[in-house]
Design a protein around this ligand. Structure first.
Ligand code: ADP
Ligand code: MG
Length: 481
């Protein structure tokens, strides 16, 4: 019997996103990634006595931005709390975080899986500072510490235990990464650790409503690993319970070499962080103006554009691809101002243009093609002046090399304009028909499908310049007997 049908997986994710501010959350040091060890530091970060932190307004703004993008309720009255614990890369002996008053509450992130569209419920988004980094592999006898990252602003986005498959978790993190990049609050780079995910996983019998004992898997530094770790955990837990074993609450780590997880520590009881309100930082109240200012600065979000572009009659695949990155969606929207042939825009962007961007390692916003120029090329094809294949292989690269030249001018200069004058096309047709008299006989005996071959040959010998519509018409007339 397949035991998987008996159980339901329950998953909640905690995603930390490093905010792209210039300076840290409570000090003026650079918040940039990397740098020589311990160069982005100051007495505040090192917790020297007598120093006082100060809140970075931009970080607050970015947290609210993300909250609004996720339909959260924004907390008007905020203060920070000290989360006390000892760790070598935490010089103060506590982390400044938000405890009882996260800046954003509730909300959801819409995702699409093969099975369904879902709104994954959020519990909260709060602001906190990052810790430094302990480096264990430089010295044989010592652990080294780099405090560059200490104090960098983070938001922690916490879901409700609301996902039920590794696939949903995969889509959720994909969507979060897309969103933070879209609104420009985080670069979303999981390899560099700007986006980090911990997965909480439990199982229960189907139909149960109470939550099972969870494990928390740390160290998930790619979206693929989030999926693999959850898949592994679900299998492991089901097998354990089926054997009569009991799941213990643990913190586990993921091993990307073997796609498995292993226990780091058992959590017998909740940690006591002895939270209390941070006395060195003043609480802050958010005004309605500040919040509405942020709201009006938000770009149209992928969710909204998804609906808008779907209504243009584009396929689900096209819409999904167009809404994958902001630069893509923006370029599409710009091109729509100059042509209403939406399908052609999508085909151009997701076909030849994307391929070129790929080859040149750029994106739509930096490839050097104006939206208006793409619309001009689309019009040339629509009007039958050039065919698609010539337009994409000859005109597009030429226009990108010479951005100030009109596509029509290039087509003319390179002698690429399609010929639709019947006399010219007829000359090519005669050449083709003379070359293949047996096929002409077969056609006349009833093998009408050969028309495609003739048109293809005409296109070939005219190097794509013969207008296929005119060629087909003329051929049909000529072969009528
Ligand atoms: P902790 O105190 O261990 O950090 P929280 O209650 O703060 O636990 O929840 C952390 C994350 O774990 C949240 O995303 C939450 O949705 C998820 N979570 C909590 N309980 C479970 C459970 N039984 N199964 C799966 N996920 C859970
Ligand atoms: Mg946790």
């Amino acid at each position: 019997m397949n035991v998987h049908g008996k159980y339901e997986a329950v998953i909640g994710l905690e995603v930390h996103a490093q905010l792209q501010t210039l300076s840290k959350l409570f000090s003026g040091d650079s918040a940039a990634f990397g740098g020589d060890p311990n160069t982005h530091i100051s007495p505040i970060i090192l917790a020297h006595p007598g120093t006082l932190p100060k809140t970075n307004k931009k970080a607050v703004e970015y947290a609210i931005k993300m909250g609004l993008a996720c339909h959260c309720e924004i907390e008007r009255y905020n203060y920070f709390a000290r989360k006390n614990y000892f760790y070598p890369d935490l010089p103060k002996g506590y982390q400044v975080s938000q405890h009882t008053t996260p800046i954003c509450k509730g909300g959801y992130v819409a995702i699409r899986t093969k099975a369904a569209e879902r709104k994954i419920q959020l519990n909260r988004i709060h602001l906190e500072e990052d810790a430094g980094k302990s480096i264990h592999d430089i010295d044989e006898n010592y652990t080294c510490v780099d405090f560059n990252r200490a104090g960098v602003p983070l938001i922690e986005i916490v879901t409700e235990p609301d996902m039920h498959s590794a696939e949903e978790a995969f889509q959720y993190v994909t969507e979060i990464r897309k969103l933070v990049r879209w609104i420009g609050v985080c670069d979303g780079n999981m390899e560099e650790g700007s986006l980090r995910c911990d997965a909480n996983v439990s199982i229960r019998l189907k139909g149960e409503t109470a939550l099972g004992t969870k494990v928390e898997v740390k160290n998930l530094n790619s979206i693929r690993n989030v999926k693999k770790a959850i898949e592994y955990e679900i299998e492991r837990m089901i097998a354990l319970v089926e054997e009569g074993g009991k799941i213990t609450q643990q913190t586990r780590s993921f091993d990307a070499e073997t796609d498995t997880t292993f226990a780091i520590r058992d959590k017998e009881e909740a940690n006591d962080y002895r939270y209390f309100a941070e006395p060195d930082l003043t609480p802050f109240r958010l005004t309605e103006e500040f919040i509405s200012g942020i709201k009006s600065s938000l770009p149209a979000l992928p969710e909204e554009l998804y609906l808008k572009y779907s209504a243009l009659g584009l396929s689900e695949y096209d819409v999904q691809q167009l809404c994958d990155e902001k630069s893509t969606a923006d370029f599409f929207a710009d091109t729509c101002k100059y042509t209403h042939n939406y399908k052609a825009i999508a085909n151009w962007m997701l076909g030849p243009l994307r391929q070129m961007a790929h080859e040149k390692k750029t994106s739509f916003d930096t490839i050097g093609l104006e939206a208006k120029t793409l619309a001009d090329i689309i019009a040339l094809v629509e009007e039958g002046k050039v065919n698609f294949s010539i337009a994409s292989t000859k005109i597009l690269p030429a226009v990108i090399d010479r951005p100030t030249t009109f596509p029509l001018q290039i087509a003319t200069e390179l002698n690429l304009l399609q010929v639709s004058k019947p006399d010219d096309v007829e000359a090519w047709i005669n050449e083709v028909l003379n070359k293949m008299p047996e096929k002409v006989v077969e056609f006349k005996k009833g093998k009408k499908g050969l028309i495609g071959l003739f048109v293809g040959e005409v296109k070939r010998i005219s190097k794509g310049k013969a207008d296929p519509k005119i060629a087909t018409q003329l051929l049909e007339e000529k072969l009528k007997n």
